[in-house]
Design a binder for this molecule. Structure first.
Ligand code: ATP
Ligand code: MG
Length: 105
Protein backbone atom coordinates (compact mmCIF):
# COMPACT_ATOMS: atom_id res chain seq x y z
CA UNK A 1 0.00 0.00 0.00
CA UNK A 2 1.06 3.56 -0.66
CA UNK A 3 -0.03 6.85 0.84
CA UNK A 4 -0.46 9.60 -1.71
CA UNK A 5 -0.55 13.15 -0.41
CA UNK A 6 -1.42 15.65 -3.09
CA UNK A 7 -1.29 19.34 -2.16
CA UNK A 8 -3.41 21.05 -4.75
CA UNK A 9 -5.16 24.26 -5.70
CA UNK A 10 -8.46 24.35 -3.81
CA UNK A 11 -10.34 24.86 -7.08
CA UNK A 12 -8.96 21.65 -8.62
CA UNK A 13 -9.80 19.34 -5.74
CA UNK A 14 -13.47 18.57 -6.51
CA UNK A 15 -12.59 17.58 -10.04
CA UNK A 16 -9.76 15.35 -8.79
CA UNK A 17 -12.05 13.75 -6.17
CA UNK A 18 -14.76 13.14 -8.79
CA UNK A 19 -12.20 11.54 -11.08
CA UNK A 20 -10.97 9.28 -8.30
CA UNK A 21 -14.55 8.21 -7.52
CA UNK A 22 -15.16 7.43 -11.20
CA UNK A 23 -12.08 5.21 -11.05
CA UNK A 24 -13.59 3.40 -8.03
CA UNK A 25 -11.39 5.12 -5.47
CA UNK A 26 -13.92 6.56 -3.03
CA UNK A 27 -11.96 6.61 0.22
CA UNK A 28 -9.89 9.70 0.86
CA UNK A 29 -9.21 12.50 3.34
CA UNK A 30 -9.17 16.22 2.56
CA UNK A 31 -7.46 18.89 4.61
CA UNK A 32 -7.31 22.64 4.22
CA UNK A 33 -3.67 23.63 4.52
CA UNK A 34 -1.33 26.56 3.94
CA UNK A 35 2.00 26.17 2.25
CA UNK A 36 4.61 27.37 -0.15
CA UNK A 37 6.72 25.78 -2.82
CA UNK A 38 9.75 26.80 -4.83
CA UNK A 39 8.51 30.34 -5.45
CA UNK A 40 8.30 30.96 -1.66
CA UNK A 41 4.75 32.19 -1.93
CA UNK A 42 3.54 34.76 -4.39
CA UNK A 43 3.95 38.49 -5.01
CA UNK A 44 0.96 40.40 -6.33
CA UNK A 45 1.74 44.03 -6.96
CA UNK A 46 3.50 45.30 -3.83
CA UNK A 47 2.10 42.56 -1.57
CA UNK A 48 4.00 39.36 -0.86
CA UNK A 49 2.08 36.37 0.45
CA UNK A 50 4.41 33.89 2.20
CA UNK A 51 1.90 31.07 2.25
CA UNK A 52 -0.94 30.10 -0.01
CA UNK A 53 -4.17 28.32 0.75
CA UNK A 54 -4.12 24.76 -0.61
CA UNK A 55 -6.02 21.53 -0.10
CA UNK A 56 -4.22 18.33 0.76
CA UNK A 57 -5.88 15.22 -0.56
CA UNK A 58 -4.68 12.09 1.20
CA UNK A 59 -5.44 8.60 0.04
CA UNK A 60 -4.01 5.17 0.61
CA UNK A 61 -4.16 2.80 -2.34
CA UNK A 62 -2.80 -0.54 -3.41
CA UNK A 63 0.62 -0.29 -5.09
CA UNK A 64 -0.87 -1.17 -8.47
CA UNK A 65 -3.17 1.86 -8.40
CA UNK A 66 -0.49 4.51 -7.82
CA UNK A 67 0.30 5.27 -11.46
CA UNK A 68 -3.39 5.61 -12.31
CA UNK A 69 -3.92 8.02 -9.41
CA UNK A 70 -0.90 10.13 -10.39
CA UNK A 71 -2.06 10.29 -14.00
CA UNK A 72 -5.53 11.31 -12.95
CA UNK A 73 -4.32 14.03 -10.57
CA UNK A 74 -1.99 15.39 -13.22
CA UNK A 75 -4.81 15.45 -15.77
CA UNK A 76 -7.37 17.10 -13.46
CA UNK A 77 -5.12 19.53 -11.55
CA UNK A 78 -2.87 20.76 -14.36
CA UNK A 79 -3.02 24.37 -15.52
CA UNK A 80 0.65 24.75 -16.45
CA UNK A 81 1.16 27.62 -14.01
CA UNK A 82 3.27 27.76 -10.85
CA UNK A 83 1.47 26.26 -7.87
CA UNK A 84 -0.47 23.48 -9.62
CA UNK A 85 0.56 21.19 -6.79
CA UNK A 86 2.95 18.69 -5.39
CA UNK A 87 2.45 14.99 -4.77
CA UNK A 88 4.25 12.92 -2.16
CA UNK A 89 4.15 9.13 -2.13
CA UNK A 90 5.16 6.98 0.81
CA UNK A 91 4.87 3.35 1.85
CA UNK A 92 2.16 2.26 4.29
CA UNK A 93 2.87 -0.76 6.51
CA UNK A 94 -0.68 -1.65 7.43
CA UNK A 95 -4.23 -0.39 7.86
CA UNK A 96 -6.99 -1.43 10.24
CA UNK A 97 -10.73 -0.98 9.81
CA UNK A 98 -12.00 -0.02 13.25
CA UNK A 99 -15.43 -1.64 12.77
CA UNK A 100 -14.24 -5.07 11.73
CA UNK A 101 -10.63 -5.22 12.79
CA UNK A 102 -9.76 -6.24 9.24
CA UNK A 103 -6.23 -5.51 8.08
CA UNK A 104 -5.52 -3.82 4.80
CA UNK A 105 -7.74 -1.57 2.71
N1 ATP B 1 9.12 20.21 -0.62
C1 ATP B 1 7.90 20.39 -0.11
N2 ATP B 1 7.59 19.95 1.12
C2 ATP B 1 6.37 20.11 1.64
N3 ATP B 1 5.36 20.70 1.01
C3 ATP B 1 5.61 21.17 -0.23
C4 ATP B 1 6.88 21.05 -0.85
N4 ATP B 1 6.81 21.60 -2.07
C5 ATP B 1 5.57 22.05 -2.21
N5 ATP B 1 4.83 21.80 -1.11
C6 ATP B 1 3.44 22.11 -0.88
O1 ATP B 1 2.77 21.99 -2.11
C7 ATP B 1 2.11 23.21 -2.43
C8 ATP B 1 2.11 23.39 -3.93
O2 ATP B 1 3.45 23.46 -4.36
P1 ATP B 1 3.79 23.99 -5.81
O3 ATP B 1 2.80 23.45 -6.79
O4 ATP B 1 3.95 25.46 -5.76
O5 ATP B 1 5.20 23.25 -6.02
P2 ATP B 1 6.51 23.78 -6.71
O6 ATP B 1 7.55 22.75 -6.45
O7 ATP B 1 6.78 25.20 -6.29
O8 ATP B 1 6.13 23.69 -8.27
P3 ATP B 1 5.82 24.92 -9.30
O9 ATP B 1 7.18 25.41 -9.73
O10 ATP B 1 5.02 24.29 -10.39
O11 ATP B 1 5.04 25.95 -8.53
C9 ATP B 1 2.86 24.25 -1.64
O12 ATP B 1 2.04 25.39 -1.40
C10 ATP B 1 3.20 23.52 -0.38
O13 ATP B 1 2.07 23.49 0.47
MG1 MG C 1 5.37 26.69 -6.63
Amino acid sequence: MKMIRAILRPESVDSVADGLAEAGLFSMTKMNVFGRGKQKGITIGTMHYDELSKVMLMLVVEDGKVDEVLKLIKYKAYTGNFGDGKIFISPVDDAVTVRTGARGL
